[in-house]
Write a protein that binds this ligand. Structure first.
Ligand code: AMP
Length: 284
C-alpha cells in the first residue's frame, strides 16, 4: 500500500496516517516529523530548515526531498508507506512520481482529507503530542483517556505543543497551504489518483471512512518488474545446463584401461573391434 494523505494543516493527516500505518504494517512517513527530527538533532539539513518551519513557510524542496529519498529507501518502506505532509507542491509531486517510477512502485492513491477551514484553527491550537510515545491528541476534541495509555501502560502522557502551532504561524501555514499545496488536488484528480474523505467528526469515524475509500488497494504490492520476471521464469522451457564437470560415462582414452596394461605386459597388440572385423572380412 503506497498512499499519500493530502490536506490542510489540522485536517487530521498525522493521526490518520499513524492509524493506517499500524493497521497495514507500513511506515508513516511524515516530512514534518523528519524535519523536526533533523532540527532537534541540529543536522546540516535541520539547521537550514529551522527558520522556514518557525515562520510556517515551506522548507526548500531540496532539503525535504533529500530526507524523503533517504527515508523511502529504508527496508521497512519496501512494501509500502503512508506519506503524510509530502508532497506539498507540484514540483515535489513530480519528483516523487519520478522517484517511484524508477523502482516501479507508483503511488496507489492520494486521499484528500476534506475539511471546513473554519474547523482548522481550533484543531491546530488544541493539538498536542506525547513526547514519550509520540501519540497525537487534541485537548479540546480527543484528550488522553484510559483507552490510550502511554508506552509503559501508564495513563499519564507528557503532552507538548509544537512551536508552530501558535495562532499567527497557523494562519500563515493555512495561507501557504492554499497557495502551494491545494493545487495538488487538481493535479492528482487529473492523474486519476485522487480520492476524498470527509475529515470532520470523530477520529474513529474518519478512520472507518478512510478504510472504506482504500478498501480496494492491495496491502502488499509485488512490483511489476518482479512479477513479470516470475511469470517469465514459470513459462520458460526447462533447459538442461551443460555439464561443467566430467561425467562418469565419459569415454576413456584407448589403451588406458587395465586390459590394455595387461596386454602391454604380454607384448600383445591392442584389441580393436574394427580391426578384428576388418581382418575377418578380408579373410572372407
Ligand atoms: P507538518 O508537520 O506537516 O505540518 O509540517 C511542519 C512544517 O514543516 C511545515 O509548516 C513546513 O515548514 C515544513 N514542511 C513539512 N513538510 C514539508 C514539505 N513537504 N515541503 C516543505 N516544507 C515542509
Amino acid at each position: 500500500m503506497r498512499i499519500v494523505l493530502l490536506g490542510a494543516p489540522g485536517s487530521g493527516k498525522g493521526t490518520q496516517a499513524q492509524r493506517l500505518a499500524s493497521k497495514y504494517g507500513v511506515p508513516q512517513v511524515s516530512s514534518g516529523d523528519l524535519l523536526r527530527d533533523a532540527v532537534a538533532r541540529s543536522t546540516a539539513l535541520g539547521l537550514k530548515a529551522k527558520a522556514a518551519m518557525e515562520a510556517g513557510e515551506l522548507v526548500s524542496d531540496d532539503i525535504v526531498l533529500a530526507l524523503i529519498r533517504e527515508r523511502l529507501k529504508r527496508a521497512d518502506a519496501r512494501d509500502g508507506f503512508v506519506l503524510d505532509g509530502f508532497p506539498r507542491n507540484i514540483a515535489q509531486a513530480e519528483t516523487l512520481r519520478a522517484m517511484l517510477a524508477q523502482i516501479d512502485q507508483p503511488v496507489d492513491a492520494v486521499v484528500l482529507m476534506d475539511i471546513d477551514p473554519a474547523v482548522l484553527i481550533r484543531r491546530l491550537t488544541g493539538r498536542r503530542s506525547c513526547s514519550r510515545c509520540g501519540r497525537l491528541f487534541n485537548i479540546y476534541t480527543s484528550p488522553p483517556t484510559a483507552a490510550t495509555p502511554c508506552i509503559d501502560g501508564r495513563q499519564a502522557h507528557e503532552l507538548v505543543q509544537r512551536p508552530d502551532d501558535n495562532e499567527e504561524t497557523i494562519r500563515n501555514r493555512l495561507e501557504v497551504y492554499a497557495a502551494q499545496t491545494r493545487p495538488l488536488i487538481e493535479h492528482y484528480r487529473a492523474g486519476k489518483l485522487l480520492r476524498s474523505v470527509d475529515a470532520e467528526g470523530e477520529i474513529e469515524e474518519v478512520s472507518r471512512r478512510l478504510q472504506q475509500v482504500l478498501g480496494d488497494i492491495p496491502t502488499v504490492r509485488v512490483p511489476k518488474r518482479v512479477a513479470s520476471r516470475r511469470v517469465a521464469r514459470r513459462r520458460a522451457p526447462t533447459r538442461r545446463k551443460p555439464a561443467t564437470r566430467p561425467v562418469k560415462s565419459a569415454k576413456k582414452k584407448p589403451g588406458s584401461g587395465a586390459a590394455a596394461r595387461r596386454r602391454a605386459v604380454r607384448g600383445a597388440r591392442p584389441a580393436s573391434k574394427h580391426r578384428s572385423r576388418r581382418r575377418s572380412s578380408a579373410r572372407r
